[in-house]
Ligand binder design. Structure first.
Ligand SMILES: *Cc1c(COP(=O)(O)O)cnc(C)c1O
Length: 391
């Protein structure tokens, strides 16, 4: 009797598409850059015809991410935002989409501006407020079609209960989409918790080297996959073969990178939690985090994003950011290099001031994306910079 088990996610990620080349038995799957494909003959269809529609390299990556997320179809898009835009194609003008009050700045901007043009109705709620959510889902004039979840949230790392929200959404007949960018399929599996759709900015952890901008949509059901694949081709938002190749290369090290990211993060959180310059520390791995217990059951790890409020004023913030030598002040997250972000003026600048206040984004707030450098160097860097604020 053979002992054939489904391989672990780590094994699946490492071995994406290996040994699939029939022509030369290349270990690594070749990249197909061709824009077009010769048809077998007049009125005959080939497997591929035009690369906006389908491309072997992009398809391999789409299948790989779909497998890791345990979904049916994976569609690779040219940015994370076009992945969000693609999901919006499921909405008609009468349909309501319920989004969180603290979602990614670009997602907030896209949903609010498309809704302002009448493409769909929008309800912005605190999804940890069960009453607010059920009000949004049961409102008579609303036709709730989609609930958008981001967990952990950006930048405060609030945790939302995917299974509980999905249950409420299902009862109201709405689909559930989860932006899984912050954890990747290695640390969170939304489809298994009842979501219908998973969205990624592959720019972040999945590519992980800050050199590609790309996105992905994974769906559980074939029918939705067909609709969204049709729209991806129609809109022209599919990813390039070259980008798909790089993302596939990076996917092989995703589990190993995440292990290192998380080990470093644990040490840094421990250091920050005792520092007098830190007013409030946000990390789901802290037992004091309000949804720590939920994070423990819902996630397979606490991730490598940490936020904190710094004591002091604008001058202290200037001193702090100028003193950092390793952490780079930059947009984005999830790369091998450590970055620091000031949400109010950077990632969330597109949010109106009152929405920032509702989302809890004050000028004192900073977000770290912990990379895979040596943890001692990272801690030293923070120690030196924090000393300019409070010794
Ligand atoms: C970056 C990001 C996006 C947008 O992705 P791009 O690749 O920058 O277009 C969407 N959601 C989250 C959570 C993100 O961090």
């Amino acid at each position: 009797m053979t002992n054939k088990k489904t391989p672990h996610l780590t094994t699946q990620a490492v071995r994406v598409g290996l040994c699939s080349d029939k022509q030369h038995r290349a270990l690594v799957p070749p990249i197909y850059l061709s824009a077009t494909y010769a048809l077998p003959g007049l009125n005959q269809k080939g497997e591929y015809d035009y690369s906006r529609t389908t491309n072997p390299t992009r398809n391999t990556l789409g299948r790989a991410i779909a497998e890791l997320e345990h979904g049916h179809t994976g569609i690779i898009t040219n940015t994370g935002m076009s992945a969000v835009l693609l999901v919006c194609q499921l909405l008609n003008p009468d349909d309501t989409v319920v989004i969180p009050h603290d979602c990614y700045g670009g997602t907030y901007r896209l949903f609010t501006h498309l809704a302002a043009r009448g493409l769909f109705q929008l309800d912005i709620v605190d999804q940890n407020d069960a009453h607010a959510l059920s009000r949004a889902l049961s409102s008579a004039e609303n036709r709730p079609k989609l609930v958008w979840i981001e967990t952990p949230s950006n930048p405060l790392l609030r945790i939302y209960d995917i299974a509980a929200i999905a249950k409420q959404a299902k009862a109201a007949g709405a689909l559930v989409a989860v932006d899984n960018t912050f954890l990747s399929p290695i640390l969170q599996q939304p489809l298994g918790l009842g979501a219908d759709i998973v969205v990624h900015s592959c720019t972040k952890f999945i590519n992980g080297h800050s050199d590609v901008v790309a996105g992905a949509v994974v769906v559980r059901e074939q029918a939705i996959g067909e609709t969204l694949s049709w729209w991806a081709n129609c809109l022209g938002v599919t990813g390039s073969a070259m980008d798909s190749y790089w993302v596939m290369r990076s996917l092989r090290t995703l589990p190993a990178r995440l292990r290192c990211h998380q080990e470093n993060t644990e040490q840094i959180v421990e250091f920050l939690s005792h520092h007098p310059a830190i007013k409030t520390l946000y990390y789901p791995g802290l037992t004091t985090h309000p949804q720590h217990a939920l994070a423990k059951t819902q996630q397979l790890g606490f991730g490598s994003l940490v936020s904190f409020e710094l004591v002091g004023d604008e001058a202290a913030r200037q001193r702090f950011s100028e003193a950092l030598q390793i952490f780079t002040l930059a947009q984005s997250l999830g790369g091998v290099e450590s970055l620091i972000n000031h949400p109010a003026s950077m990632t969330h600048a597109a949010m109106p001031d009152d929405a920032k206040i509702t989302a809890g984004i004050s000028p004192a707030l900073w977000r770290l994306s912990i990379g895979i450098e040596h943890p001692d160097d990272l801690i030293n860097d923070l120690r030196n910079a924090l000393a300019t604020v409070a010794p």
